[in-house]
Design a protein around this ligand. Structure first.
Ligand code: SF4
Length: 141
């Protein structure tokens, strides 16, 4: 199986601790986090992905907003530079321990956080990173 992710969710999964928009959203995210933790492959997509799925019927859908698409662009740019590989729709990636450690080190250093500007979860993500990623659902093994 393959998990479909949009680029900025490569950052969000680093600090996911089980909090989110709704119980359905976090239940779905928990299942994805477990699959990612088992090393399942990621397919990069543009626009709404497997994490967004429970939100797609909501009237106030933000997943298609220009600001979120810009978030993807910035995350793809910075993660691509960090990992020295193109992060774009159609690319495949797997999160081994070294990749997760590299992503988390860069996130903590602020190298990949331009994409987080204006995000309502930014404070929580900063706290999780500052706490050494304790209790994250996709741990660095
Ligand atoms: S601040 Fe927002 S965009 Fe950045 S990692 Fe956290 S949830 Fe994702």
């Amino acid at each position: 199986m393959t998990i479909r992710l949009r680029a900025h969710h490569l950052l969000c999964l680093l600090t996911y601790v089980g909090k989110g928009y709704s119980p359905a959203f976090t239940a779905n995210y928990d299942a994805i986090a477990e699959r990612l933790s088992r090393g399942e492959d990621i397919l990069l997509v543009s626009g709404p992905d497997d994490v967004c799925a429970p939100l797609l019927d909501e009237p106030e859908l933000h997943c298609l907003n220009d600001s979120v698409i810009e978030r993807d662009r910035l995350a793809a740019r910075d993660v691509g530079v960090l990992l020295a590989r193109p992060i774009r729709a159609g690319a495949r990636l797997s999160l081994d321990a070294a990749t997760l450690a590299s992503l988390r080190a860069a996130f903590s250093a602020g190298v990949t956080r331009e994409a987080c500007q204006g995000c309502e979860w930014a404070s929580l993500c900063t706290i999780v990173a500052a706490g050494g990623y304790r209790d994250v659902r996709v741990p660095t093994l």
